[in-house]
Design a protein around this ligand. Structure first.
Ligand SMILES: Cc1cc2nc3c(=O)[nH]c(=O)nc-3n(C[C@H](O)[C@H](O)[C@H](O)COP(=O)(O)OP(=O)(O)OC[C@H]3O[C@@H](n4cnc5c(N)ncnc54)[C@H](O)[C@@H]3O)c2cc1C
Length: 485
């Protein structure tokens, strides 16, 4: 086993002759969390990601709720890992500055059948180790969320449900992994696999990579990769969730997550504040065949507007400032599918459908235990770098443009580039100088909120593009953007 002393690197430069102890395929939240966890041990590790950035798959487009796991199926692996992951991410968020707001949630019953379900849901929460749910009557429901539409009959409170930033979470885990020595190989799509006696060769779009152990955390692509290892045990069905994002002026309407009574199809359509100060309505749940179809649809909008009109008619009077869709990796099993094949030195992490943001860090720890049991020796590293301190994207916490002392020390933090989201030239510069820099505009949006506001880049788009191109800031070459003086 090798003992990497060198610091990790963001490496987009192509094949490497090194045989890694572990290669993780996929740099979403789950792959990044696994890599970070294993990098706490004396192992050489690489993450192979097909795309040009981390967190560009399902992990970039979800509802960003840090679930307690109150409504998971008791006794499942998912229930355990969501509960544990929620605690781990809550603590990690404090260390790294990932914004989290403990808004709490209110699950609302709109008819007598749903009302009858609520006590059972409270029992389910208890069976999941969550004791804080309380049944409330209609008057209390309207006291807590006065803008709700007519007809609510009662509710169940879930005081510890929180909202967070999925982008910062993924980036923090990836940055931490790189800081702990992990090689991040972007634009490396694994296309073929050859399992040898001691090493596995992964044939990628950017050359061959060899590893002793391979971990498949490829989300929507996990079943395809699993078949490359000769298995035929599950199929991923992309389940699209479309969402509407309402302007910040809507935020006073709702200060907590308003949930429907869940059904067998999923958690249903919710209304929630976002960590960026908006309100969202969604998601839909529609099974597709195309694993790349993250477009939004007219039917999706109509469906959400019909739901929204019932749930909170006043919300529909506000402006929609953005729409988006994400694809859950639903599988034909009722639980997470995490299994090691010691003979192939291969571990599958599949079916992390609608809870992977919350469970990710606990999945990392679980994978560590499974892989150790399957034969990978783990020697804890004696010295680990501190976790990274991430730029704050949360509206409820101080941002650079609000901090006179930071602006005095570095005037770039006083130079606002994106006026809707109040993003400064200093933050854009920092993003390009960070250990895992963006590869383009989309990555920059996720790292800074730039162009994500009301005008969607209409006013700042040209300046941001200019910063991206003419000032030489491309992630692949590690160029930095000097803030405009
Ligand atoms: C609408 C919606 C709402 C959701 N809401 C929540 C929520 O509120 N709370 C919560 O906890 N969870 C939520 N989720 C679930 C959560 O987003 C996912 O469980 C999580 O993002 C999954 O992360 P991942 O790393 O497994 O997958 P991904 O983020 O998709 O990462 C997998 C990566 O693997 C890469 N890859 C695939 N194939 C290959 C290959 N052959 N070679 C190299 N790389 C490859 C992909 O490019 C991708 O980057 C929601 C999901 C959706 C869609």
């Amino acid at each position: 086993m090798s003992h990497p002393e060198a610091t990790g690197s963001f490496n987009n430069a192509g094949p490497t002759s090194e045989v890694f102890d572990v290669v993780v395929i996929g740099a979403g939240i789950v792959g990044a969390a696994i890599a970070r966890e294993l990098a706490g041990y004396a192992l050489s590790i690489a993450v192979l990601e097909a795309r040009d950035d981390v967190g560009d798959g399902t992990s970039k487009a979800n509802t960003a709720i840090l679930h307690t796991g109150f409504d998971a199926k008791p006794g499942t692996l998912e229930s355990r890992l969501v509960r544990d992951g929620c605690a781990l991410l809550t603590e990690y968020a404090e260390q790294t500055g990932i914004p989290v707001e403990r808004t709490g949630a209110l699950l609302v019953a709109w008819n007598s059948e749903e009302l009858d379900v609520l006590p059972g849901l409270r029992e389910k929460a208890r069976a999941n180790g969550y004791e804080h749910c309380e049944l409330v009557d209609a008057a209390e429901v309207y006291r807590q969320v006065p803008a709700l539409g007519d007809g609510a009959l009662g509710g169940l409170t879930v005081p510890d449900e929180s909202i967070t930033c999925t982008w910062t979470t993924n980036l923090a885990l990836a940055t931490d992994a790189v800081g702990r020595g992990v090689r991040l190989l972007l634009n490396h799509r694994v296309e073929k696999v050859s399992v040898g006696a001691d090493t596995t060769t992964l044939y990628t779009s950017a050359g061959d990579v060899r590893a002793r152990w391979v971990i498949n955390a490829a989300g929507l692509g996990a079943d395809v990769l699993d078949r490359l290892f000769g298995h035929d045990r599950f199929t991923v069905t992309p389940r699209r969730g479309e969402l509407l994002v309402y302007d910040k002026l809507a935020r006073p309407l709702v200060d907590k997550i308003v949930l429907p009574v869940p059904t067998a199809r999923g958690k249903g359509v919710l209304i929630s504040p976002t960590i960026y100060g908006n309100v969202m309505l969604g998601p839909t749940a529609e099974d597709l065949t195309d694993r790349t179809d993250t477009g939004t649809s007219e039917q999706g909008f109509d469906f959400l507007l019909t739901k929204g009109r019932r749930l909170m008619p006043r919300l529909l009077e506000e402006e929609v400032s953005a729409t988006y869709a994400g694809l859950r990796a639903a599988i034909d099993h009722s639980d997470y599918l995490i299994a090691a094949d010691p003979t192939q030195r291969y571990l599958l992490v599949g079916g992390i459908r609608s809870t992977g943001l919350s469970a990710g860090m606990a999945i990392g720890e679980y994978v560590r235990d499974v892989i150790a049991e399957a034969g990978l020796g783990l020697t804890p590293r004696t010295e680990l770098p501190d976790p990274p301190r991430m730029p704050n994207l949360g509206e409820a916490f101080p941002r650079p443009y609000q901090q006179p002392e930071r602006i005095a020390a570095d005037p770039a933090y006083g130079q606002v580039v994106c006026f809707c989201e109040r993003v400064t030239a200093g933050e854009i510069r920092d993003a390009f100088q960070s250990p895992v820099p963006p590869a383009g505009l989309e990555g920059l949006r996720r790292r800074t909120r730039v162009m994500n506001g009301r005008c969607q880049g209409f006013f700042c788009g040209a300046e941001v593009s200019d910063l991206l191109t003419t000032r030489g800031g491309t992630a692949a070459t590690h160029c930095s953007i000097e803030a405009t003086k």
